[in-house]
Ligand binder design. Structure first.
Ligand SMILES: Nc1ncnc2c1ncn2[C@@H]1O[C@H](COP(=O)(O)OP(=O)(O)OP(=O)(O)O)[C@@H](O)[C@H]1O
Ligand SMILES: [Zn+2]
Length: 715
């Protein structure tokens, strides 16, 4: 601790504590003193000390100090002024062993024992020896002297008053020199010291040494006080200079200044943007969301019209959906359609480790927005400011931030024309207080686009680039199940870049397919040298899949087959659902399993069962997953019936083995069906594999040509 009292304390009390230490620190000395006093005195003293009430109030005479013999005094003085008696001179020992510490502990060990004061005050009182009793009186002194160094005059007076009050009570019995110390009259200190030494018959030569020692100790203590004060002042100065440098650095250094700015909360994204250039036209494939937001646009255009009948519009709208589905775009479009200012804020901006900063940003944002109503405030990643996790110790102040947000949302009237749109990927993570009526009480789902939506989005972005008329957006749309708007935009962009790199004038299907595969499976690995044997195996394996897909009634249409290594694969066949599949029939699922089996079946038929490879593992994963779900989820096993088995680990061993049995049968049958097809179409299989070895990649049309036995035009 660096409190003033604790730093200054030691110096002022030094001289006396030295005395105290000198009096009774060498235990053996004090013992020998007390044993050598006459039995009488000893008896006199002991009972007094046994009575607790008499503790500190002892008269020197009672202590028998005046009766000490010369030899004993020598002993005493020796303990006070070590080395003095021997040399009858102020030895160098005395100079060194002075005073500079408050306690015996500190003198001995060289560092402060923080409990020394407490301990001493208790211990000294417990001592039954006479000299120690004096010390118990003496050690009142440091406490009062301490105040002189740094207390105000007022407090000092008060202290003195209380001191004298206490004194008044004990005036009759307190030793006079202790009184002198307590009153801190230096003159009387000396006087009392003189008197003491006189009454106690301390020889004159000793008296001088005694006083000198006292004075020296005092001076040293003064010097120490001065030193401590100086160093204290220096430390403060250094800290102040460092602080100034720190602030200067923060303002000067660009990186730091950004930190500083963002943490001050003074400029938290309060500049609105006019969104004239973004309208609902720009958002494709999310028709339902657009319809729901249409009424908000009407409201922003004319807030009064809506509230005149007492109707209330939601203050907050929550856009919920996976990343990249166009939530931000929709919010912008709302502002753009209504032609009102758009305030953008990201939830993570408010998630500050500094107390109050997040809250003050929210305040600023709402103040600005209200001044410019009607307007739209958009808070992206709302979960990072309004999430339930805000109780976590990592975000100690986010509770404040969310409370501020709630207060601001409650703080304006519904017809003020401020609409808050929040976006989140995890609505379930939001704090309940945020989604109750009056806050974000309208939820709009922004899902991943369906095949129609994907086609629209693709067309929208294709129209921004040069593309060949042969490009069929629908084919790409069908092959990009689960893609978000942002991913589709990226796909078109990558195709355009690829075309540019290849020196083409326009983007064709080839580039679009290429970038689709790249996004789905990772980049091509053209540099990998695959030996002919492996290439052949891959060609037959992939053609196996393709043949099964082609000749199985309920399989998805083939889109493409390739033996170009990409990501972790050596080749692949891609199939295209005609439409997004909302439901799948039993025969469609079986067809998918058969197609998966096609690869391994081909390897076995062409190269023999000793030469099958590891390449089919992901095919089996896929087939097994389908079979398992058919049995345990879809009720498609006659033996196990129309029942779901969610946690197979908890089922009885019989049921578990029955499930396993059924899955095994489904897979085995699938394998056999695939084998049958490949055996039947061995010729087509061979043709297709050879075509793949020649051309590396074949699209749906080319595959059809090969399988119909026609010759492919040379590319
Ligand atoms: N439905 C869509 N129509 C047109 N473009 C879209 C669509 N969805 C996404 N995009 C494109 O993707 C970009 C990113 O989308 P946006 O930032 O709106 O997604 P988001 O849902 O807000 O994502 P996040 O949750 O990651 O913030 C948009 O700027 C836009 O170019
Ligand atoms: Zn395969």
């Amino acid at each position: 601790m660096f409190s003033l009292s604790s730093t200054v304390q030691p110096q002022v009390t030094v001289p006396l504590s030295h005395l105290i230490n000198a009096f009774h620190s060498p235990k053996s000395t004090s013992v020998s003193v007390s044993t050598s006093v006459s039995q009488n005195q000893h008896r006199d003293v002991v009972p007094e000390h046994e009575a607790p009430s008499s503790e500190p109030l002892l008269n020197l005479r009672d202590l028998g100090l005046s009766e000490l013999k010369i030899g004993q005094i020598d002993q005493l003085v020796d303990s006070l002024l070590p080395g003095f008696c021997k040399g009858k001179n102020i030895s160098s020992h005395w100079h060194i062993s002075h005073v500079s510490a408050q306690s015996f502990f500190e003198n001995k060990y060289g560092y402060i024992d923080v409990f020394s004061t407490l301990r001493s005050s208790c211990l000294y009182r417990q001592h039954s020896r006479t000299l120690k009793s004096i010390c118990s009186d003496l050690q009142y002194w440091p406490g009062f002297i301490q105040s002189r160094g740094f207390k105000t005059l007022k407090s000092r007076t008060r202290r003195l008053q209380s001191t004298s009050e206490r004194l008044a009570e004990s005036q009759q019995i307190a030793p006079s020199f202790v009184k002198g110390f307590l009153l801190r009259d230096r003159g009387s200190d000396v006087e009392t010291l003189d008197k003491l030494m006189k009454t106690k018959n301390i020889p004159e030569a000793h008296q001088d040494a005694f006083k000198t020692g006292f004075a020296e100790g005092f001076l040293k203590a003064q010097a120490l006080t001065q030193k401590t004060n100086d160093s204290l002042r220096r430390t403060r100065l250094i800290l102040f200079v460092l602080l100034l440098f720190g602030i200067y650095g923060l303002l000067k250094n660009p990186f730091l200044s950004v930190r500083f700015r963002t943490t001050t909360g003074l400029d938290s994204a309060v500049d609105p943007v006019q969104m004239k250039n973004v309208t609902f036209e720009h958002v494709k494939g999310v028709e339902e969301a657009k319809q729901e937001l249409q009424e908000v646009v009407e409201f922003l255009k004319n807030p009064q019209k809506f509230t005149v009948l007492g109707g209330k519009l939601p203050k907050g709208i929550l856009l919920v959906g996976p990343p990249g589905t166009g939530k931000t775009l929709l919010a912008r479009a709302v502002a753009g359609e209504a032609d009102v200012p758009f305030y953008y804020a990201s939830g993570s901006e408010f998630d500050e480790m500094f107390v109050g900063v997040g809250a003050s940003r929210i305040r600023n944002l709402f103040r600005e927005a209200k001044a410019n109503a009607p307007c739209v405030i958009f808070i992206d990643e709302l979960d990072s400011v309004g999430g339930k996790r805000i109780e976590s110790p990592m975000h100690p102040y986010s509770r404040q931030t969310i409370n501020q947000l709630l207060a601001e949302m409650d703080g304006f009237k519904p017809n003020e024309g401020v609409i808050i749109i929040g976006a989140t990927n995890f609505p379930e993570a939001l704090d309940n207080a945020l989604i109750r009526p009056g806050r974000f009480d309208m939820q709009v789902t922004v899902p991943r686009p369906d095949v129609k939506g994907r086609k629209e989005i693709l067309k929208w972005y294709l129209n921004k680039i040069k593309y060949d008329q042969s490009v069929d957006a629908e084919i790409i749309a069908r092959g990009t199940v689960g893609f978000s708007g942002a991913e589709l935009e990226n796909l078109v962009n990558q195709a355009a870049l690829k075309a540019a790199v290849d020196g083409k004038e326009m983007v064709t299907m080839k580039e679009l397919e290429f970038s689709k595969d790249k996004i789905l499976m990772g980049p091509e690995r053209r540099s990998v040298e695959i030996d002919n044997k492996n290439k052949t195996i891959t060609a037959y394996h992939e053609s196996g899949h393709a043949i099964i897909a082609y000749y199985t009634k309920d399989a998805m249409p083939i889109n493409k087959a390739t033996i170009m290594p990409r990501g972790p694969t050596l080749g692949h066949v891609s199939l295209l659902p005609e439409n997004d599949r909302w439901n799948e029939t039993r025969s469609q699922l079986l067809a998918q399993m058969d197609v998966s089996m096609g690869g391994r079946v081909a390897e076995e038929l062409i190269f023999g069962s000793d030469h099958i490879t590891t390449g089919a593992s992901s095919d089996f994963d896929n087939a097994t997953r389908i079979a398992k779900r058919m049995v345990t989820k879809f009720g498609m096993s006659e033996k196990l019936g129309v029942m779901t088995y969610s946690d197979t680990g908890k089922l009885s061993p019989e049921t578990q083995s029955a499930i396993e049995q059924e899955i095994r049968i489904l897979l085995r049958d699938s394998y056999e069906r695939a084998k049958h097809i490949l055996k039947t179409h061995a010729k087509e299989h061979k043709n297709l594999a050879e075509a793949l070895l020649t051309y590396e990649t074949l699209d749906a049309k080319e595959i059809q040509i090969v399988l119909e036995g026609k010759k492919l035009e040379l590319r």
